[in-house]
Design a protein around this ligand. Structure first.
Ligand SMILES: NC(=O)C1=CN([C@@H]2O[C@H](COP(=O)(O)OP(=O)(O)OC[C@H]3O[C@@H](n4cnc5c(N)ncnc54)[C@H](OP(=O)(O)O)[C@@H]3O)[C@@H](O)[C@H]2O)C=CC1
Ligand SMILES: CC(C)CCC[C@@H](C)[C@H]1CC[C@H]2C3=C(CC[C@]12C)[C@@]1(C)CCC(=O)C[C@@H]1CC3
Length: 345
């Protein structure tokens, strides 16, 4: 039977490279590109069809940063497919990033330099905002929209007769100290990206605890540092191009500089080939590229706490009930308003 694979944020960067790699690995795969912008989604499909003319590629409108869009997309998925084999939770944002050049310069002369380049610890902050649903945008996009999607799709994902893999694109920038159970949306801090990625690591662990017995398995990957629209938002693309020889040199010392979307998608496509039961729920699977340009995947233990992951899971369930109630009330208000207008006409 053909594997059904849905990828969020599939129209560019690592998501698009993953689709390309999956089609090269298995031309029979049934791909669904879940994107917020249908024009970009169409362009991605055309690019994939140019190299894989017989590929089965469907498009789905999904803005993971909008609760209504997630609910609508989940309904559509349930109508189209009676099962999903892989759900790649890849869409992500890093709005208004700021590099601390002073810290970067200081770090260059410290013993921590490799760690700094691999994780960006102490180098990067972002400016978040509240979205139309009243949630912090980075949390809503990188974590909560995906969580709601998984919750809505549970009947399709949790089928004991076959397994489903959830695969989160996390980051080496995910850091425990950036995350707080008292502020899971990261209202107060300046590292919403790091917080949201650490939250995805915690959530993946909780999803395994709750759903492995129902055939649902969750993993997290880190693609390394990759040149995509996300990194072009940190520094302009011409600058990255200029310093590319320096980056290749750094790659000799840290294999996390994967640099191309193809290399970054290594762990994502490696997981496609694994038996989910054999994976370690406490490991992050890293895409790595050696100084000579060879790709490989390596699991590394994550700094996770079982109680913390359960507490986050509980809070996400509570937030889910809250937003569902709010959406229901808004719909009722709208209906009442329409009825009133009809009567007064
Ligand atoms: N590049 C890097 O060095 C690293 C990236 N990552 C992670 O990799 C993932 C992919 O990013 P990358 O390929 O680098 O960057 P890109 O910006 O190229 O890709 C991000 C994708 O997510 C989509 N997306 C963003 N917001 C939404 C939304 N609200 N609803 C639906 N889709 C959305 C984008 O769509 P659109 O084109 O419409 O904006 C795009 O397709 C992200 O989760 C990122 O955090 C992790 C570590 C390192
Ligand atoms: C000489 C150059 C290598 C200088 C570049 C300095 C920084 C802009 C970069 C060093 C480490 C990078 C990094 C990321 C962004 C760019 C750096 C801070 C990420 C945060 C991008 C998104 C991620 O998810 C993880 C990356 C870790 C490393």
């Amino acid at each position: 039977m053909h594997k059904v694979v849905l990828v969020t944020g599939a129209n560019s960067g690592i998501g698009l490279a993953l689709c390309e790699r999956l089609l090269s690995q298995n031309s029979q795969v049934q791909l669904c590109l879940a994107c917020r912008n249908m024009q970009r989604a169409e362009a991605a499909r055309s690019a994939l069809l140019a190299s894989h003319s017989d590929a089965q590629i469907e498009l789905l409108r999904l803005d993971v940063g909008s609760l209504r869009s997630v609910l609508k997309a989940a309904e559509e998925i349930k109508q189209r497919y009676n099962r999903l084999d892989y759900l790649y939770l890849n869409a992500g944002i890093m709005p208004n990033p700021q590099v601390d050049f002073k810290a970067l310069f200081k770090g260059l002369f410290s013993s921590n330099v490799i760690h700094m380049f691999a994780t960006a610890e102490g180098l990067l902050t972002q400016q978040d905002r509240v979205n139309a649903d009243g949630l912090q945008e980075v949390f809503a996009t990188n974590l909560f929209g995906h969580f709601l999607l998984v919750r809505e799709l549970e009947p399709v994902l949790c089928q004991p007769e076959h397994t489903t893999q959830l695969i989160w694109t996390s980051s080496s920038n995910a850091r425990r100290s950036a995350f707080s159970l008292e502020d899971i949306q990261h209202h107060k801090g300046v590292e919403p990206y790091s917080s949201s990625k650490y939250a995805s690591d915690l959530l993946s662990l909780a999803l395994n605890r709750h759903h492995n017995s129902q055939g649902l398995f969750s993993s997290v990957i880190c693609p390394g540092l990759v040149m995509t629209n996300l990194t072009y938002g940190i520094l302009p693309s011409f600058f990255w191009t200029l310093i590319m020889p320096v980056m290749w040199l750094i790659r000799v010392f840290t294999n996390t500089f994967t640099l191309t979307p193809y290399n970054g998608a290594e762990a994502l496509s490696w997981l496609f080939l694994q038996r989910p039961e054999s994976l370690d729920p406490r490991a992050k699977y890293h895409s790595l590229t050696s100084g000579l340009g060879n790709n490989y995947t390596q699991p590394r233990k994550m700094d996770l706490d079982e109680d913390m992951s359960e507490a986050l899971y509980e809070q996400l369930l509570q937030l889910e009930s809250k937003v569902r109630k709010k959406m229901k009330e808004e719909e009722e208000d709208l209906r009442a308003h329409k009825e009133y207008l009809d009567q007064t006409e």
